[in-house]
Design a protein. Structure first.
Length: 270
């Protein structure tokens, strides 16, 4: 059922902006917790309270999808469009709808019955890119906006490192049980470069090392990815993933540090 223009929520409505801030805050929290949950599975993610809160966040994200379908938008000419059919058409054809829908597939209500769907939780993170439009709408001086953008880029850089650490843990776990298997005289298990001298004494996969220590160890090597350092992959899966991450990290370095340099120049002029 299509709504009349009077019933459409204005994109300039301050309640709608407050809602966007809330969704953005939840997306930021999700961007930090979801990679940990999908890789290291810390104990707190198995708690009933966490599952309840996670389901509540999923519910709010679904509400946000319906909100997007009844909220006006500004076209390329600066006109606010309140035609409901055009609003729905624009949203359904956008990448935002695709990612929002895929994120719903990773909701706890579904993953409880189909655990393999849990991987779709990663699409919740995409919502943080809404921060660009939110910052653009802020009515603050250019210098303040530049500082906010600077913190945004720093957070995106950390999120990339955080995601690499969690992803690399999943990749190296594929062969971590092959510790006693050798191929052409080389171990089939990945060892951290710092453990290469005494590889068999490495504790990365042992139960003696806590999940959080494992995470910070992998976080260190994720930072090395940003600097294009040697990580030492030992099988085809790790070589392929390592190559991809190094290429993406190089492109990200160019983008983020280039933007940071421009923002610093703006601040220096101020």
């Amino acid at each position: 059922m299509l709504l009349s223009p009077e019933k459409i929520i204005s994109v300039k409505n301050h309640h709608k902006r407050n809602w966007d801030y809330t969704i953005l805050a939840l997306a930021i929290i999700n961007s930090l917790i979801v990679p940990l949950e999908l890789s290291f599975e810390p104990d707190f993610t198995k708690d009933s309270y966490y599952n309840f809160l996670d389901n509540m966040v999923d519910f709010l994200f679904v509400v946000d999808m319906f909100g997007m379908a009844v909220t006006s938008y500004v076209d390329n000419h600066g006109h606010e469009i309140r035609d409901h059919s055009k609003i729905i058409g624009k949203y359904l054809k956008s990448y935002r709808f695709v990612f929002d829908f895929l994120a719903v597939l990773g909701a706890g209500v579904i993953t409880t019955f189909v655990p393999n769907m849990k991987v779709f939780k990663c699409f919740k993170i995409i919502r943080i890119f809404r921060v660009k439009s939110i910052i653009a709408q802020l009515n603050v001086p250019d210098g303040v906006k530049a500082v906010i953008n600077l913190f945004k880029l720093i957070f995106f850089l950390f999120l990339w490192i955080h995601s690499i650490a969690c992803l690399w843990w999943n990749v190296i776990n594929i062969h971590h049980l092959d510790v006693f298997e050798e191929r052409d005289g080389l171990s089939a298990q990945w060892f951290p470069p710092l453990d290469w001298v005494n590889a068999w004494d490495s504790e990365l996969f042992s139960d003696d090392m806590t999940i959080y220590k494992k995470y910070f160890t992998l976080l260190y090597y994720a930072i090395l990815y940003i600097g294009n350092n040697e990580i030492g992959p030992v099988n085809s899966i790790e070589i392929g993933m390592c190559s991809l991450l190094l290429i993406l990290s190089s492109l990200l370095n160019t983008q983020i540090f280039g933007e940071i340099a421009m923002l610093v120049a703006v601040l220096n002029r101020k």
